[in-house]
Design a protein. Structure first.
Length: 517
């Protein structure tokens, strides 16, 4: 029925009752997850054949009628700055102590799902709720301060499986596995602390997928004898298709909703992925796709106006910049970029935002303090001035170019990140940015897109297989004695396999997942 190697940590997490709960959860909902994945594939085939997404006519009444989501508990009222990171012990402690209002413990894009990482992650959640989480390194002891951030958890997306745990001979849904263990252990501890089981839901593509999550919540609360509505979830709008169904997603989760988040990096990746067959959707260098270009600005405006009309929090996106303590000039540029980004978000009506590094918390906090003052949020700012059409969400009319430096950066970031990921680290500082699976997806998908459609760089070089392989070889040669050396050759192979494939690979990490324990 299941497959894992017993250790002291596993005995604490994979108790007989927890295992039974996971099995029942998968049997109850795993078949519906299969239908969702089938629906995704069918929708992708239609888009590749020329169908463009639009707001759904069959849900017009939901969009046009008046309703609001259930109120959130006090622990989620003020979320002006949230910090995210993996479920690794030291980073969790630092994130909880960072001064941010929320720490989002991420089982998805920031964590390599090795069995040890998953098991220790669930231990860390329970210890954090009990205020027993600490780490002695010999040189320093890390422990929680007096006012830790509220803890939220992101399980893996519907597209992923947990190969280490089989139900009826089949790998369990990674979403249900992460969620089930969290609720069975950490969710109960969260309630005991006076907080609650608070979630971020990644990579949804439709309101039917939100409906499945809601049904999972209802079933779980009944099964664990938890009052209905206790679970609260923020949905990351990080796919282009979900942007057309924001009202519907909030409606499906209305008793369990904690709002929506503008997951910018995966959103860019999603646009490339969904329209990979169409040359008119080729994007320029990643650094030129800012939040002010038409399709990104429209998406954010629509998210804020939709959330506030429904009484829900609208959360801004991630700033991936990180300080460089050895280079003050780089740090100043990073801080200024973060300051401008967060000023724009607060001014646009967002109720909070994400950062990737504790040093950025004061910068982001200052910008939201300036707009919010003593108010916990600005949900009462309705943004009735916003009117976004389907064409606005797909508007790629902005200046930009593909550069050789952009190609080189994507190849370098993709391979180095994959090497770290294969080594068990899912969040990596590269070139003064915090890279995770979402940004690695942009890197490899842009290479595929540029090579597939015969893009020429601004200095006249064709982005073809030969160029990509040459740049990949340069990365490997440079890193042979560097911090990413151990699995750099495997990383190059995975990167080249997906970036140069004849067919677009939906996600990068399932390919790499086969190479980890």
């Amino acid at each position: 029925m299941n497959q894992f190697h017993e250790t002291a940590v596993e005995r604490r997490v994979m108790t007989p009752d927890a295992v039974a709960f996971l099995v029942d959860l998968e049997r109850e909902f795993g078949w519906r997850r299969g239908r969702i994945l089938d629906a995704r594939e069918a929708r992708q085939r239609r888009i590749s054949a020329g169908e463009m997404p639009d707001f759904l006519p069959e849900t017009r009444e939901t969009r046009e009628s008046e309703w609001v989501v259930a109120p959130v508990p006090s622990a989620l009222e003020d979320r002006r700055v949230e910090i995210t990171g993996p479920v690794e012990r030291k980073m969790m402690i630092n994130g909880l102590n960072s001064g941010a209002r929320v720490y989002m413990a991420d089982f998805e894009d920031a964590t390599t799902p090795t069995w040890d990482n998953l098991m220790n992650g669930h231990i860390n959640l329970v210890d954090a709720y009990r205020r027993e989480i600490r780490l002695d390194t010999g040189d320093r002891t890390y422990r929680l301060g007096d006012a830790p951030a509220t803890l939220m958890v992101r399980p893996r997306g519907w597209h992923l499986e947990e190969k280490h745990f089989l139900v009826d001979g089949v790998p369990m849904s990674a979403s249900l596995f992460d969620f089930g263990l969290y609720m069975f252990h950490g969710g109960r501890e969260a309630i005991a602390t006076g907080s609650g089981p608070f979630l971020y839901l990644p990579k949804l593509e439709s309101h039917e997928e939100a409906r499945l999550w809601n049904d999972v919540f209802v079933w779980t609360q009944d099964r664990l004898d938890i009052p209905q509505g206790t679970i609260k979830a923020t949905v990351l709008i990080e796919t282009i298709l979900a942007a057309f169904e924001m009202d519907e997603i909030l409606y499906e989760l209305r008793d369990h909703s904690a709002g929506l988040n503008a997951g910018r990096w995966d959103y860019i990746f999603s646009l490339i992925k969904k329209f990979h067959a169409h040359p008119e959707f080729v994007l320029p260098d990643r650094g030129q796709v800012t939040m002010t270009v038409p399709f990104m600005r429209s998406y954010c405006d629509l998210l804020v106006s939709t959330c506030h009309r429904r009484g829900a929090h609208a959360m801004g996106g991630m700033s991936a910049f990180i300080p460089n303590r050895r280079d003050t000039a780089v740090t100043e540029r990073a801080l200024e970029a973060v300051r401008a980004d967060k000023s724009r978000e607060a001014g646009a009506g967002f109720d909070g935002t994400w950062v990737a590094h504790p040093d950025l918390v004061p910068v982001a906090m200052a910008e939201f303090d300036r707009v919010l003052g003593d108010r916990p949020h600005q949900i009462d700012r309705r943004r009735d001035d916003v009117s976004v059409t389907a064409a606005d969400l797909l508007d790629l009319d902005f200046p930009g170019s593909v550069t050789l430096d952009g190609v080189r950066s994507n190849v370098s970031v993709g391979i180095r990140y994959l090497s770290a990921w294969l080594g068990g680290t899912g969040a990596v500082a590269l070139d003064n940015l915090m890279e995770d699976a979402a940004t690695a997806e942009i890197s490899r998908s842009q290479i595929w897109q540029w090579q597939r459609h015969g893009v020429t760089t601004d200095d006249g070089q064709v982005v073809d297989e030969a160029l990509v392989r040459r740049l990949a070889a340069e990365v490997v040669e440079t890193e042979e004695r560097g911090p990413f050396a151990e699995r750099i050759e495997e990383a190059r192979k995975v990167f080249e396999d997906v970036a140069l494939s004849d067919h677009f690979t939906d996600f990068l990490t399932p390919t790499a997942y086969e190479l980890i324990n």
